[in-house]
Design a protein around this ligand. Structure first.
Ligand code: ZN
Length: 433
């Protein structure tokens, strides 16, 4: 069966690479990946899968005919990242596939091709879904507001919104992939390293307008308040501990309008990243004190709007199924995640890891930096073909023998939230409860 899986993906090499190349050349932003979604839908339908689409606007799910046993969901991400200097960035939106989500979709499709082979399919003791999800990359506050008007409840992340809509209610195990996100020399990195989570906020600084030359003493300079808060946050950095992996990011979304007016309104979007929710909230308090302290000093005011963040990724060592699957691929190098490995970036896969086991691996095949203008796929075999084989083989290992290994994975897993608790947790953030 393993040889059959590998042979099937080998036979479709060109089709898979063309599929990824086409998506690479047509990047789309989160929750607006309509062209990409329709391409995924057509590809899954051509394999005879039952396909549902328009999930959280652009999500697409293809299901292999249901059988009794565990339900595995193989995930691919649809969106690009805002990276206007990337040579293949969309001219209008500035979005580019500088995070490799285009190859990730091809990996999912390759796995679907192998697992729909009648002999392979009949050997599976469970259900397999292929789910293309919208919006993995950070969605900014302005766009979130627009999306909420369009009916997206959790406009901060595609996976969060799909959980809210009940799209993960039947899933027992999720399977995710990505190009390497931490420095790894090997072709494959098996398991899920711990990653940062984050909270974000839209902070409005309210001052008072006045003529900047005639009577600046009549005004309250909102930009000075924001600058002072920035200074304080900078000085606070010595209080951050290395073990907590704290990162602070701020962007000034509105910074005053007329040069001869004292700016009376500044809007800052801020992100606090750290390795645990407790630390995120602890550092968030410091940021709040910096803004409130600065506002107090100048006589201005602060308004804070909490936005949905991502939960940290819970560490998961390489699963037995993944390690067994990897043995069938000759000529590639591997490394398993270590408990001490850490990824400072964030992903909404973190949210899923709080609800269900997430079997994950990452792969090589690219040069440049993630989210950078120089990111490019340089080895299609390592970035698409071999990972597609590894994904299909892993699903097979989990579901062969009536899903014996999958059942063990499910039994051993301890969730942090039920899906209902998660939805309530996110609503509390959004509604400032
Ligand atoms: Zn990514």
């Amino acid at each position: 069966m393993e040889t059959k899986i590998i042979g099937c993906i080998d036979r479709h090499q060109k089709e898979l690479i063309d599929f990824a190349e086409d998506i690479y050349r047509h990047p789309e932003e989160g929750f607006c990946e309509f062209r990409t979604a329709s391409k995924v839908k057509n590809a899954l339908e051509s394999l005879g899968l039952k396909v549902r689409f328009g999930l959280a606007r652009t999500g697409v799910r293809g299901v292999l005919p249901k059988t009794a046993g565990p339900h595995l969901t193989v995930i691919g991400e649809l969106d690009g990242i805002l990276c206007p200097r990337h040579p293949l960035a969309d001219k209008e939106t500035g979005v580019a596939h500088a995070c490799g989500h285009h190859v990730q979709l091809a990996v999912m499709l390759g796995a679907a091709m192998a697992l729909t082979d009648p002999a392979v399919r009949d050997s599976l003791g469970g259900t397999v879904s292929f789910l293309a999800v919208p919006a993995e990359e950070y969605v900014d506050a302005k766009k979130r507001r627009w999306l909420q008007q369009e009916g997206v409840g959790f406009a901060g992340t595609g996976k969060g919104e799909l959980i809210r809509l009940g799209e993960f209610a039947d899933t027992d195990i999720a399977l995710t992939t990505h190009v390497h996100m931490v420095p790894v020399e090997e072709d494959f990195y098996l398991g899920n390293p711990s990653c940062n989570g984050f909270s974000s906020e839209l902070i409005t600084v309210e001052g008072k307008a006045a003529h900047a030359a005639v009577a600046p003493w009549e005004g309250v300079n909102a930009l000075s308040i924001a600058n002072s808060a920035y200074q304080m946050m900078g000085l606070m950095r010595e209080t951050f501990q290395e073990k907590d992996h704290v990162r602070l990011h701020t962007l000034i979304r509105e910074g005053g309008e007329a040069l001869n007016c004292v700016p009376d309104r500044v809007v800052v979007e801020s992100k606090v990243r750290a390795g645990s929710l407790d630390t995120i909230y602890h550092i968030r308090e410091k940021v709040t004190r910096a803004f409130e302290g600065a506002a107090y000093a100048f006589g201005g005011k602060i308004h804070r709007e909490r936005l949905q963040g991502y939960l940290p990724v819970r560490f998961r060592p390489a699963d037995t199924a993944l390690k067994t699957a990897a043995k069938y691929l000759d000529g590639y190098t591997y490394r398993e995640v270590a408990q001490s490995d850490f990824n400072n970036a964030c992903t909404d896969v973190g949210d899923l890891t709080h609800l269900m086991p997430v079997v994950n691996f990452t792969y090589a095949g690219f040069t440049g930096v993630l989210h950078g203008a120089d990111f490019a796929i340089t080895d299609w075999d390592k970035a698409v073909i071999a990972p597609a084989k590894l994904m299909a083989l892993t699903v097979y290992e989990l579901l062969k023998n009536q899903g014996e290994q999958a059942r063990r994975v499910i039994e051993d897993y301890q969730p942090v939230f039920t899906q209902e608790e998660y939805v309530d947790f996110v609503w509390k953030i959004i509604e400032n409860r």
